[in-house]
Design a protein around this ligand. Structure first.
Ligand SMILES: [Zn+2]
Length: 221
């Protein structure tokens, strides 16, 4: 009995949350006319960072799919780099990772693309480091602003203390289109690892990514 009423309360909370989100999405910037590339990092032959419990590529894809729904709901055209467990290297490629990244950059560099967001999970030798970590394109003020906006929203969910940074990241160096790379948590941190396996947590992350893009668009208007 107690369990039944508790689950009813929980169901009600889920509905209320979904409704408040729908209202917020409606109150956001109109994304009509925007084309956003959502890049779920890794996939196929390249699982990305691994822990005993999970592979990075799976979490990236789940989050990317949730972000896609939100962006499309706000009117954006979304190009997904991948929608299943695949890499983008041609069959029989001798350098799978390099060919895969080259193809991703090609998609991001298409002229109709407004911006791209690359979704990854991090790993650190220091298991205490946790939370989101966002990278921007060097010497690109718009990319820095986008990274700040997205990390601002992610921080509220992941409790990260990390500031946006640049790095030696192929995708960020080879793209002409505006974009960022968001590491949504550390698989090397027990707390992050546990919550990254929860669908509801990935919903929160996707929504924070969406809000960050929305905040950035408002700065531009
Ligand atoms: Zn990665």
């Amino acid at each position: 009995m107690l369990i039944a009423s508790l689950s009813a309360v929980l169901a009600a909370i889920v509905v209320i949350r979904a409704l408040s989100r729908a209202v917020t999405v409606m109150g956001s910037v109109n994304f009509n006319g925007m084309t956003i590339v959502v890049d779920a990092g890794h996939g196929g032959k390249d699982p990305g960072a691994r822990s005993a419990a999970i592979d990075e590529d799976e979490i990236n894809l789940k989050t990317a799919q949730k972000l896609k729904v939100l962006l499309e709901g706000a009117g954006a055209e979304v190009i997904m780099i991948r929608e299943s467990d695949v890499d983008l290297a041609p069959e029989g490629a001798s350098h799978v990772k390099r060919e895969d990244l080259k193809k991703r950059v090609e998609i991001m560099n298409q002229p109709q693309v407004t911006l791209f967001i690359s979704i990854h999970c991090n790993i650190s030798l220091d298991s205490r480091v946790q939370g989101s970590d966002v990278y921007y394109q060097k010497d690109n003020p718009a990319s820095y602003q986008l990274a700040q906006a997205v990390q601002g929203r992610l921080k509220a969910v992941t409790h990260s203390r990390l500031k946006p940074k640049t790095g030696d990241i192929y995708i960020l160096k080879q793209t002409q289109t505006l974009g960022i790379l968001a590491e949504i948590g550390f698989l090397s941190n027990q707390e992050d690892l546990a919550r990254l396996q929860k669908e509801e947590y990935l919903e929160e992350i996707a929504y924070a990514l969406f809000q960050g893009i929305d905040d950035f668009m408002k700065i531009l208007q």
